[in-house]
Design a protein around this ligand. Structure first.
Ligand code: DX5
Ligand code: ZN
Length: 221
């Protein structure tokens, strides 16, 4: 069994001490940096954009997992590649020509991800599943950190796993929103490969220890 990955979401970091928080993640047992880009249109919030990503990339020494919560993401694919994104995830609900968008992301040398909102059925991904490197199953409504986990997510993960196995697809399942040490094991059991955690990591007293523990729980038998 492949090792399960932990991706702290910098949305919950202290932006006035961004370098310090990035170094903490570099030092930790975390695997990826999860980076949330919001445009105030696709979601009712604006997070940060290109100059901040550029600053993150200067210090981050792990995979940059960029989650775009923006409309018409095709406009910026090349730019995100140039800014150092390793994984680029677009929202299913924001793409009219998803298959084409996935090919464009890959042609820029990045892994291509699709995120789905809580109301979007995983079955809608069947026809492109072989083209998707990772699916972000949103376990909260996108736009804000610190929300509570939506329980139906477990069913979605199980169904998505079936689809991936049936199609012999290489797709990883990533869970985003409300992840804690209490649901981590159940998420992995349902089929999750990557756990994003924002508030749970950055609002903790000891973030390094929290990451270590989450990684241990996710990979325990
Ligand atoms: C929500 C973002 C998440 C968020 C998770 O729109 O996509 O990545 O940072 O934050 P927590 O872990 O606090 O729910
Ligand atoms: Zn996210």
């Amino acid at each position: 069994m492949n090792s399960k990955l932990i991706a702290p979401s910098l949305l919950a970091s202290d932006f006035a001490n961004l370098q310090r928080d990035i170094e903490m993640v570099n030092k930790s047992e975390a695997d990826w940096f999860h980076i949330d880009i919001m445009d105030g249109v696709f979601v009712p919030n604006i997070s940060f954009g290109m100059p901040v990503l550029q600053a993150i990339n200067k210090h981050a020494q792990k995979t940059l997992d960029v989650h775009l919560m923006i409309t018409d993401p095709d406009r910026y694919i090349k730019e995100f590649a140039n800014l150092g994104a390793d994984n680029l995830t677009v929202h299913f609900e924001a793409c009219t020509h998803l298959h084409k968008t996935l090919q464009s992301i890959k042609s820029e040398g990045m892994k291509a991800g699709v995120a789905i909102n809580p109301h979007t059925s995983v079955d809608l991904l069947k026809d492109v599943i072989k083209d998707i490197d990772l699916v972000i199953v949103m376990s909260v409504n996108p736009g804000f950190g610190g929300q509570s986990f939506i329980e139906n997510t477990y069913n979605k993960i199980q169904r998505l796993k079936e689809i991936i196995v049936t199609h012999n697809a290489p797709t990883l399942i990533e869970i985003d929103g409300g992840v804690t040490d209490e649901n981590a094991k159940k998420l992995v059991k349902a089929g999750a490969d990557v756990l994003v955690a924002g508030s749970f990591v950055f609002k903790a007293k000891d973030s390094l220890e929290t990451i270590k523990n989450l990684k241990k729980i996710a990979n325990s038998k």
